[in-house]
Design a protein around this ligand. Structure first.
Ligand code: ATP
Ligand code: MG
Ligand code: FE
Length: 346
């Protein structure tokens, strides 16, 4: 069976066809992504209205490209899966409305997928990973440690109490005059910097539980940077290196707590920040010490894409779940089932 996935929750317009063989393994037949970075970079962040408009303009072409790359027509797939939350409401509505129209026209089942579930299940698509696994979800809007006990069975062990980690990278980059998105820029500069020049705090380090906090780190970095104005290239490199070293230490220490909660088959990292090499190597070391596998999807499957949405749709089809009508939900925690729908959206 195969599913067409559609993703428009934020600033990537994406469509993908993923197939699932009799062995249960997934195969990405196409993965088309149009990133709106150019549209938003002048503003140093995503502008919701611009994003929604850009989705309207790009989505039809991206879906056509995904079908063509996969050598499929719409009537060849078994269902359409679309991100129905969480995300920017105007953006979600573009994807949901388009998916609903295509499903009605082709007589296909329509599945509303939680974007976070897409990130959470990506490692099952890319690697042979067995449940239960410990998931560190680190993206632009979320930072959570989640017990993934099976398909559809997620238990949150901890979350950020302030900024998401991707957001902390983006704000730090903006403060230092680097481009958007900030994560890759900060990582590049950190490679050249001295991580020990600045002594930056590690909020919640050593405390009980699995929650995160990054706002104190961000503020401390701002104070150090302001004292140095005008910043030299070397100052920026060293601030990025110090920031990234603090982040890797925090993430590693918090994840170590979660590793002790129960036995796990693997430690898995997902979401855009999972593309960061310093974060990856800290986690890999941790998993080695715990004697479990470490799984990180390749970086184009860490950031937003529709293959993860198609794959979550395939898992849902495989689980034989009732196909419900869908509505766009700007807020939708991973460990909460979609609330019962009042009336039909179709
Ligand atoms: P969410 O998934 O929570 O809705 P999102 O979809 O915007 O948010 P993703 O696309 O998963 O988030 O990730 C984007 C984030 O990842 C951005 O904040 C970006 O700075 C960060 N990021 C991307 N590459 C790197 C990197 N190499 N190092 C650190 N952060 C990175
Ligand atoms: Mg994005
Ligand atoms: Fe995402």
């Amino acid at each position: 069976s195969s599913v067409l996935g559609i993703e428009t929750s934020c600033d990537e317009t994406a469509a993908s066809v993923v197939a699932r063989g009799p062995d249960g393994k997934g195969k990405i037949l196409s993965n088309a992504v149009f990133s709106q970075i150019a549209e938003h970079s002048a503003f140093g962040g995503v502008v919701p209205e611009i994003a929604a408009r850009a989705h309207v303009e790009a989505l039809d072409g991206i879906i056509a490209a995904a079908l063509a790359d996969a050598d499929k027509r719409l009537c060849d797939v078994d269902a359409i899966a679309v991100t129905s939350g969480p995300g920017l409401i105007g953006c979600l509505l573009v994807g949901v409305t388009t998916a609903r129209a295509l499903a009605a026209a082709a007589g296909l089942p329509l599945l509303g997928i939680n974007h976070l579930e897409g990130h959470a299940l990506t490692p099952v698509l890319t690697d042979d990973v067995a449940f239960p696994y410990l998931l560190l979800l680190v993206s632009g809007g979320h930072t959570q440690l989640v017990a993934v006990e099976g398909y559809g069975r997620y238990r949150r062990l901890g979350s950020t109490i302030d900024d998401a980690l991707g957001e902390a990278f983006d704000k730090t980059a903006k403060l230092l005059g680097l481009g958007y998105p900030g994560g890759p820029e900060v990582e590049k500069r950190a490679l050249r910097g001295d991580p020990n020049r600045f002594n930056l705090p590690r909020p919640l380090f050593g405390t009980k539980g699995c929650d995160f906090s990054f706002s104190g780190l961000k503020t401390a970095l701002r104070i150090k940077a302001e004292a140095l104005v005008p910043l030299s290239e070397k100052d920026v490199d060293d601030l990025c290196a110090g920031f990234q070293a603090a982040v890797a230490a925090i993430v590693s220490e918090r994840t170590a707590h979660a590793l002790r909660v129960q036995p796990w088959n693997a430690l898995v990292v997902a979401g855009g920040v999972a593309a960061n090499q310093a974060v990856r190597s800290a986690l890999s070391e941790l998993a080695d010490k715990a004697g479990i596998a470490f799984v990180a999807p390749r970086s184009d499957l860490c950031t937003d894409n529709a293959a993860m949405i198609a794959w979550a749709g395939l898992m849902r089809l495989g689980a034989g779940e009732a196909l419900e009508d869908i509505v766009a939900r700007p807020r939708w925690p991973l460990d909460q089932a979609a609330e019962p729908l009042l009336g039909s959206g179709r």
